[in-house]
Ligand binder design. Structure first.
Ligand code: PHE
Length: 344
C-alpha cells in the first residue's frame, strides 16, 4: 500500500508539473485530493491492515497528501504570477510614443483687433452699435450731407445693388441711424465696427472689402478738444503711452471742421523712416465735428447739441501694430500667417 501511495504521489507531481493553466491544475487537485480520488480509495482499504501497519500507511497517506497540496499551491502561485505578467504585457502603454496632436484654432487677427479697439472705447464710456452692410443711398450718402450728384461721392466708388441700395462704403451711416433712434436727445456715444465695400483694385494697401470702426459722440458742449483728448487716449492705449497724435485740416462732407489724424511713428520715433515716408507721422484716421446739417437731418438741434465723429480702418491699425506689410494677408487665410496670432 505504501508503494501504491508513493506511486500516486509521483503521478500527481508529474501532472502538476504538466498543468499549464489554472483550470488544468484544479482538475489535478480534484483528481488526487477529492473524495473520490485514488488516495481516499487506498485509505478505505486500511481496515484490512494489521494494527502495526495502519499508522504507517496513515502517516504515509497524510505525507503524500500534504506534499501534493504543497506542490499544487506552488504551481498555482506560479501560474497566477504568469497570468498577471501576461496581462501587464498585453496592456502595457509605451509612454515614449508621440501623442496625438490637438489642432488648436485661433481667432482671426482682425477679430482680435476689433475687440481690442472696442474694449478701449468701452473703457472710455462708448457703446458698441452695428448697422446693415447693404445700405440705402439715403443713409450712406444723403443723411451724411452728400446729396445726389455731389462730387465728394467720387471719394468712395460704390457697389450698387439697386439704384438706391448699395454695399455701404463707410460705417458713417450707423451714425445717422443711431441719432434718429435717439429722437433728438443726447448723449449719443457709440462706436460702430463693421465691413465696408468700395470699388478698388486690390493691392498691398487696398481691398474692395475692409473693416472700419466709426465713433460718434453727440451731447451738449462737445468740442474739438474732446475729440483730440479721446483720440489721444485711444492711440496711447492701442499703440503705447509714448505715442502722440497731431491733427491736420481735411475735408469730409459730414464734418466741419474736418481733420486727418496722424500718430507719431513708432519705428523711428519721429526721426523719419521708410514706414512714415520720412515724415515722422503716420496717417491713421479721419475725424471732425459733426456737420450741423447732419445733426439736423437726424433730428438733433444744432443750436443745442454738438458732437464729434471719427472713422478708422481696422486693417491699417492691425498692420501698423503687428508690422504686416500687405492687407491681402488678412483675406487669403494662409495658415502660416494666421497661426502667428495664436494666444498662449
Ligand atoms: N467715413 C469716413 C471715411 O470712410 C471717415 C470719417 C468718419 C471721417 C467720421 C470723419 C468722421 O473716409
Amino acid at each position: 500500500m505504501i508503494e501504491r501511495l508513493k506511486e500516486l504521489g509521483d503521478e500527481a507531481l508529474q501532472e502538476i508539473k504538466e498543468a499549464n493553466t489554472i483550470k488544468a491544475l484544479e482538475d489535478v487537485r480534484v483528481k488526487y485530493l477529492g473524495k473520490k480520488g485514488p488516495i481516499t480509495e487506498v485509505l478505505r482499504g486500511m481496515g484490512k491492515l494489521s494494527a502495526e501497519e495502519r499508522p504507517k500507511v496513515g502517516q504515509k497517506a497524510n505525507d503524500v497528501r500534504e506534499h501534493i497540496q504543497e506542490k499544487l499551491d506552488e504551481k498555482s502561485a506560479e501560474l497566477e504570477k504568469k497570468a498577471l505578467e501576461e496581462k501587464l504585457q498585453a496592456e502595457s502603454v509605451d509612454v515614449t510614443l508621440p501623442g496625438k496632436e490637438i489642432k488648436r484654432g485661433a481667432r482671426h487677427p482682425l477679430t482680435a483687433v476689433v475687440e481690442e479697439i472696442e474694449d478701449i472705447f468701452i473703457g472710455l464710456g462708448f457703446q458698441v452699435t452695428e448697422g446693415p452692410e447693404v445700405e440705402t443711398d439715403y443713409y450712406n450718402f444723403e443723411a451724411l450731407n452728400l446729396p445726389q450728384e455731389h462730387p465728394a461721392r467720387d471719394m468712395q466708388d460704390s457697389f450698387y445693388v439697386t439704384t438706391d441700395m448699395l454695399l455701404r462704403t463707410q460705417t458713417s451711416p450707423v451714425q445717422a441711424r443711431t441719432m434718429e433712434k435717439h429722437e433728438g436727445k443726447g448723449p449719443v456715444k457709440i462706436v460702430c465696427p463693421g465691413k465696408v465695400y468700395r470699388r478698388d483694385d486690390d493691392d498691398a494697401t487696398h481691398s474692395h472689402q475692409f473693416l472700419q470702426i466709426e465713433g460718434l459722440y453727440v451731447d451738449h458742449n462737445i468740442r474739438m478738444s474732446d475729440l483730440k483728448g479721446i483720440l489721444e487716449a485711444f492711440v496711447q492705449k492701442y499703440f503705447g503711452v509714448d505715442r502722440s497724435i497731431r491733427l491736420r485740416p481735411s475735408f469730409f462732407p459730414f464734418t466741419e471742421p474736418s481733420v486727418e489724424v496722424d500718430v507719431s511713428c513708432g519705428i523711428c520715433e519721429g526721426e523719419g523712416c521708410r514706414i512714415c515716408k520720412h515724415t515722422g507721422w503716420i496717417e491713421v484716421l479721419g475725424a471732425g465735428m459733426v456737420h450741423p446739417r447732419v445733426l439736423e437731418m437726424s433730428g438733433f438741434d444744432p443750436e443745442e447739441y454738438s458732437g464729434f465723429a471719427f472713422g478708422m480702418g481696422v486693417e491699417r491699425f492691425a498692420m501698423l501694430k503687428y508690422g504686416i506689410d500687405d492687407i491681402r494677408h488678412f483675406y487669403t487665410n494662409d495658415i502660416r500667417f494666421l497661426d502667428q496670432f495664436k494666444r498662449a
